[in-house]
Ligand binder design. Structure first.
Ligand code: CP3
Length: 346
């Protein structure tokens, strides 16, 4: 594939770059009025996810409107548990909700692995094909999946939670069940990421959004082990691993078969670089709330972050997804500041 702009791929691989690439987690959807218009013409979030032409359209909006250096396919991490047998609803202002949950061996029947992943999630691969056709090489397309631990949280808890105590309870009361479910999620996720790659994504990110609710030892056993399994299998494109809230584990992520690790905003980039060494790209990490400050302050905070980089191996992003009520003009200031920054490490 010939790209007009392949900065993110070069940065991921540690190749020379003329400036740092920038994109935002959750850039597709949420903040743009143009997204809300497309979504408003349909019955809701799920119809948008499952309609490849529309999903491709909102995938490209941030490239056209915000000028980011990569597109991320519009979908959700929850399509995997649904494909396995746990249907979800996306409830307005509340978030995801599953009617059934998995808390016993008997309920493992809602976590199937014996199905054709590519066929069942063909609405995602179709959206990838359409998005790439419309992008026509302007920027690379990012594929993604939830990490097994984060998917486990939703499959056992059945909804969002501040503590995910139902999910964590199982780690103590039935670790065998936990490992069985995590293994199943891992196997489906590997097939799913490979299907996305076959359909045309150029880099993949694995979101472990709830990594931070486990202690280090439990995260090693129930989280990292499965991330490692996935990373080992994905050899076709660069891999980004993001374990939000688990910065103690970043050194272990850096040793896995990945090119990039995501850094949340609580974690110091310069410190992380000292710990993980030079052979990995760091992605992040402006506080998403910084985008509520003035244009001038955003410029200052972004430059401060960029000045803390001591390597070319950076992809600029927020430390987590962009919040829904952020003004897109503020996002543009963030992006423009990164684009105007003169890189010291070529
Ligand atoms: O990055 C992108 O823009 C691509 C699309 C994307 C969505 N979800 C679309 C979405 C991605 C990468 C995700 C990942 C995702 N989904 C994660 C991991 C990343 C993270 O933020 O930690 C998680 C935990 C989910 C699960 C999920 N989906 C929740 C908890 C919610 C409700 C609250 C929220 O974040 O909005 C969703 C809904 C969702 N997924 C929306 C979008 C655009 C909002 C739905 C709408 O009202 O249009």
């Amino acid at each position: 594939m010939d790209f007009q702009n392949d900065l993110i791929l070069r940065a991921a691989k540690g190749e020379p770059i003329e400036r740092y690439p920038v994109w935002l987690m959750r850039q597709a959807g949420r903040i743009l009025p143009e997204y809300k218009a497309v979504r408003g013409a349909l019955s809701g979030f799920k119809e948008l996810v499952e309609t490849p032409e529309r999903a491709a359209e909102v995938t490209i909006q941030p490239v056209d409107i915000l000028g980011v250096d990569a597109a991320i396919i519009f979908s959700d991490i929850l399509v995997v548990p649904e494909a396995m047998g746990l249907e979800y609803q996306m409830i307005e202002k509340k978030g995801p909700w599953f009617e059934k949950t998995i808390r016993s061996e008997e309920q493992l029947k809602y976590a199937n692995v014996d199905f054709d992943v590519e066929d069942k999630l063909s609405y995602v691969t179709e959206a990838i094909r359409i998005a790439n056709k419309e992008l026509n090489g302007r920027v690379p397309l990012i594929g993604f999946a939830g990490a097994p631990w984060t998917i486990f949280c939703y499959m056992t808890e059945g909804q969002g939670s501040k503590t995910f105590s139902e999910a964590r309870k199982i780690l103590y009361t039935n670790p065998t069940l936990a490992h069985e479910l995590l293994n199943r999620i891992t196997n489906v996720t590997i097939k799913y990421l490979k299907a996305q790659i076959k359909a045309g994504v150029h880099i993949v990110q694995i979101f472990d959004s709830w990594a931070g609710i486990l202690g280090d030892a439990q995260y090693a056993e129930f989280g990292l082990k499965y991330l490692d399994k996935i990373a080992k299998e994905i050899t076709e494109v660069p891999v980004t691993l993001f374990a939000k809230g688990a910065s103690n584990s970043n050194v272990k992520l850096a040793d896995m078969n990945c090119q990039t690790i995501g850094i949340d905003w609580n974690t110091d980039i310069a410190e992380t670089r000292k710990i993980v060494g030079e052979n990995v790209t760091l992605q992040g990490n402006l506080d998403p709330c910084a985008l509520y400050s003035s244009h001038k302050e955003i410029e200052g905070l972004t430059n401060e972050m960029l000045n803390s980089f001591e390597s070319k191996r950076h992809i600029v992003n927020l430390g987590h997804g962009v919040y829904p009520d952020v003004n897109p003009e503020k996002v543009k200031t963030f992006i423009e500041t990164v684009k105007n920054y003169e890189i010291k490490y070529k």
